[in-house]
Design a protein around this ligand. Sequence first.
Ligand code: SAH
Length: 367
Amino acid sequence: MAQTTPLINLIALSENEMTALVQDLGWPRYRTNQILRWLYQQRVLDIEAMTNLSKADRTRLEEVATIHRAVCAPPTVASDGTEKFVWKLEDGLAVETVLIPDGHRRTLCLSSQVGCTLDCGFCLTAEMGLKRSLRAHEIVSQVLTVQASLPERERLTSLVFMGMGEPLVNFDPVAEAIQRLTNIEWGLGFSPRRITVSTAGWIPRFPDIRRLGVNLAISLNATTNEQRARLMPAVNGRYDLSALLDACRHYTHFSERPLTFEYVLIAGVNDSPDDAKRLVSLLQSIRCKVNLIPFNEFPGNPFRRPEPDVIETFQGIVRQKGLDVFLRKSRGEDVLGACGQLGRSASKVLHDTLTNKKRNLPIYAQP
Ligand code: SAH
């Protein structure tokens, strides 16, 4: 029996790999950028739609290649307009992306892993463990498909790697995805300033992130090493609080961009006035702003959100000392779409939607 070679997924190729394919087909070099533009700027899902390739060339390309993006269930929409998308990957695993509208702004919260390498005690994704890291095209596809689902005149305004996973542990695919997202010639043309990568503190990759020109956010979440070791054991066991702060100081020394520190406020754990004072002194010599995130509760987790007056007092102390400090509104909580709530629902939502034949729900991308 003749063996059939599997089709190449065009969206899974890097620019160099696409160049090699074009060369193998005996085509001129400029065809590489033509195909890439169809994939990332026109977002086509069909080789047939690449109309500046001759009919014969399209047929030839269809013999060896295809375009496959992850399948997406229709988003669950929260009462505040936040939308949670659940994707089914080629191997059946599920991953989530959250779209956060705010006035004219459209922020997309991207996942970089299915589950997470780390074990932070306040995060639902951590409970899943790590299933696997995403590949570059699985990250870019989250942006392509969500952008395509928006009304004609709406654009995504910023991209944040704050969904499932620790992006700096999966650095190469994340960097490759950022390249495709920022490339102006054939890619999506996002300014690196509109992209933020959030890390629990994987410091060896800080210089690499700086070179990509995107923003870096650090999930600090504690003001003493003991507290951080309790809340974020895996990452703090490798790079403790003082190593993390040294790396941050070094980062701002070489970068024009200020750092963002995220601080999840948990009742009775890290929300006291003493914590607020310690936070200020830890960050004294670092050019930065601080985002306070009141803890988002989820079933089965013992932590609680502090009362509003406790949050206000905390913020007041930090602000009084001259730091730029913002309170992050919780978004999408009723669909478990807020920070730290991604994970458990993914496979269930996906199963329910993809098997719900009665309601005949649309699927954005073709399987
Ligand atoms: N691994 C990366 C990105 C994912 S977490 C990181 O740690 O930064 C994105 C943000 O959500 C982090 O700042 C994290 O501290 C915060 N977070 C996690 N669980 C949360 C919860 N239950 N409530 C509020 N914020 C949470």
